[in-house]
Design a protein around this ligand. Structure first.
Ligand SMILES: [Zn+2]
Length: 441
């Protein structure tokens, strides 16, 4: 949960203020970044240049190979492994093994996905085999991974790629749909999704948005040196003005390490617990007395059952720490999360656990903690979900969810500073002129 400290902004390719249909204005994102950001950028320069002076290991041997030698480009297909792909080019088992081993601790080839391009440097070997002299790939926009034969063996390195952050301010009006209007402003889908997620505790996006409502965003994007968008960055601020009523929320990371969005007065937008920790499921058995389907007698059902196919992801109902992630009698595979001094939630009959879910792991609301199954005493795939309040199971539907947590003390103070910084950025990035839409009726 490391949080990037003040993002480095650097003025790079700028798009010009763009006016679409006269209804929305996009401000020029970076050019007007003032001294505040310049100071931030300067502050980080020494560390940055130091990192870049660091000589690459075995640079001398590695540079003997010129780029022209990368003659072969392979594409990893679904189900392929890197080792399998290399073997298919006639590379000996021994070399494949050594090259993959060289990557140990640098990059795990298991993280490669279908469609990954890999450049290979090969040389004919005895028989119909080929010798592997090098391979390189860009598994993600942030790094290149290279493995080269240096005469004795293989040397792997991960080369961080420099991306250039840019700050973007947009202000738009909802005319068609939030999605269509945001897309027209080139807001990256992931940024829009982050906004919707942050507001979804308070706003019903299916029903509450009306033509004429407005939205504003301040967000980062990361660019290649030529200005191409490499990936969306953080959403720093989002605002919705619904029926004239503005709600603005700010991104902030309190000491707990969980980044979240907060209203101007420091209240988390996040309600403490999700009532339904699973998508698209139906309640197959509610909380209360019922006849037990396996044991046959009437019994209090101290949870809610959600019917869903095996393998359906189950989300952590709230931020917290995993207390248990193991088999637990009739519950089968079972996860319990402690959210705070009052609430815990439990999830039973899982087919398997989510990645990294074990006792002591911190989880974030919405993180996948496991998958629906039918382990333990269960008649078919479903999630048995319990909310435990002060040690007792309670009906998740009846609990009154506390409003978002309010920041206090040092967190509140740090938030207020962060908010002022964001507000100052918004001020600098305010569209130069706001063109009022003239809608034809
Ligand atoms: Zn149940």
């Amino acid at each position: 949960m490391t949080e990037k400290q003040p993002p480095r902004y650097r003025a790079i390719r700028l798009w010009q203020p763009k006016i679409s249909n006269g209804s929305t204005v996009r401000s020029a994102p970076v050019r007007r970044i003032g001294t505040l950001l310049a100071a931030l950028a300067l502050a980080t320069v020494p560390a940055l240049s130091h990192a870049m002076e660091e000589p690459a290991p075995d640079a001398a041997t590695l540079t003997e190979i010129t780029d022209d030698d990368w003659s072969t480009t392979a594409v990893l297909e679904s189900g392929d492994t890197l080792a399998g792909l290399l073997a298919s080019f006639g590379v000996s088992h021994r070399e494949v093994h050594a090259a993959v081993e060289a990557m140990d601790g640098i990059f795990s080839p298991r993280r490669l996905r279908a469609g990954q391009e890999i450049s290979l440097m090969l040389e004919p070997a005895d028989g119909d085999g080929q010798r592997l002299l090098g391979l390189k790939m860009r598994p993600n926009v942030e790094q290149d991974v290279e493995v080269r034969f240096d005469g004795d063996g293989y040397v792997a390195q991960a080369i961080p790629r420099q991306l250039f952050p840019s700050l973007n301010a947009v202000d738009g009006e909802i005319n068609r749909s939030l999605f269509a209007d945001a897309s027209a402003l080139e807001i990256p889908p992931a940024t829009l999704a982050a906004m919707i997620r942050a507001f979804s505790f308070d706003v019903d996006f299916q029903r509450e948005l009306q033509p004429g409502d407005r939205f504003a965003l301040l967000y980062e994007t990361l660019h290649e040196h030529d200005g191409q968008l490499a990936k969306p960055g953080d959403l720093l601020y989002a605002e919705l003005i619904l029926s004239g009523k503005p709600i603005g929320i700010y991104r902030f990371t309190p000491e707990s390490g969980f980044t979240d969005y907060f209203t101007a007065d420091g209240r988390s937008v996040r309600k403490s617990l999700l009532r339904t920790p699973i998508d698209g499921a139906r309640i197959s058995s509610g909380y209360g007395m019922r006849r037990h389907p396996i044991l046959g007698y009437s019994k209090m059902h101290r949870g809610v059952d959600f019917a869903a196919p095996t393998g359906t992801p189950i989300y952590a109902a709230g931020n917290g720490v995993v207390e248990k992630a193991r088999r637990n009698g009739g519950y089968g595979k079972y996860v319990r999360i402690r959210h705070n001094g009052t609430y815990k939630t439990a999830y039973a009959h899982l087919s398997r656990y989510g990645r990294g879910i074990k006792a002591g792991a911190r989880v974030k609301q919405g993180q996948v903690i496991g998958y629906v199954g039918s382990t333990g005493r269960s008649t078919g795939p479903h999630l048995h979900y319990e909310v435990i309040s002060n040690g007792k199971q309670v009906n998740p539907r009846s609990i009154k969810l506390p409003a978002g947590e309010r920041l206090k003390g040092a967190d509140l103070k740090a938030f207020q500073e962060a908010r002022e910084r964001i507000d100052a950025l918004r001020e600098r990035h305010r569209p130069q002129s706001t063109i009022v839409a003239v809608r034809q009726r």
